[in-house]
Design a protein around this ligand. Sequence first.
Ligand code: PRE
Length: 375
Amino acid sequence: MSQDPTTPDTDARDEAQRQLAPLRSRIDELDEKIVKLLNERADIVIEVGHIKRAAGEAVPIYAPDREQAVMQKIRNANAGPLPDACVQAIWRELMSGSFALERPLRIGYLGPAGSFSHLAARKKFGASVDYDELTDFPAIFDEVARGHVDYGLIPIENSTHGGVTASLDCFLDTPVKIAAEVRIAIHHNLLSRQPLDQITRVYSHQQALGQCRRWLSAQLPNAEQIATVSTSQAAALAAEEPGAAAIGSTLAAQLNDVPILFDNIEDNPNNETRFFVIARQNAKPSGDDKTSILFTTEHKAGALTDVLNVFRDHGLNLTRLAERPSQRMNWEYYFFVDVEGHADEPHMQKALSEAKKHCLQLTVLGSFPRAREVL
Ligand SMILES: O=C(O)C(=O)C[C@]1(C(=O)O)C=C[C@@H](O)C=C1
């Protein structure tokens, strides 16, 4: 007996279509309602924008403290089954749309396009703002200070390779403030137009080379490693030069049209980088903040512990301590400390004024909502 082999499939497809149709029309109805509600929200955002524009620089368009509160409310309201990460990603993009409605924002980052700073900027500020690719960290600080861009994205430290010293040095002498913290997961790729056995040079930022050290010595032990100003510049070089490869982001591979030979080549699968958003204005307290300070002390026994003990005595936890040469005198140092709390809070104000007594100089670089999620 011959049977049409397509019949069972066709029947199953028709039955599935019959079951899907009413579900899809319910989704269509809900989508219409959601779009209406989103635009109801957007109408209020437009009013917020009128008030903010009238107040000028005194009330910034980007309000990190309010964003923190909105995200917290969203997480509390989310009963599932959508994971918090999904709902938060939707709201981040929604707030990007709010910027466009209030006043289009310009964000500066270390270019060229496709760098991890670009990725961090896009993850933080979304698709509805303008981006400016800048050539180095001092240029980002300068452009923010001059008001040519509203905010800048600055990498501060990587969980595997440590501090980004070139960016820390820019804080030594700048009027700009740290307004927010951004954490992004960093996954590196080996990009090349050649197969692995024909690669003689690997370009990347020295941070990325450092984060893939074990993979490079196992897979490309004889290739020369050449440091570039950014991973995206490395990708552009790999696109042009025979025998060259780059370590960079998926975005850099796409933008430079270079194939990804190997993905996830970072030595630590939990590799992440912390960025600061720099601004002309301070961020308001959110209730879950950190404060970054910069100080120098006299060259005497116990000078550093005297400062640190002040925070201990006030019950303020330190989340980071870094040190950099002063650039003025050999073997003199600046210390960078991140403390839990906001500089407007009374106990932090007390601690800061006591700490100042033990310092030659103490500057508050900014207080900002702690980044709880890795984007
Ligand atoms: O509440 C504000 O200040 C707004 O501008 C609105 C809004 C939002 O869409 O919820 C948008 C941007 C801010 O960074 C924070 C919140």
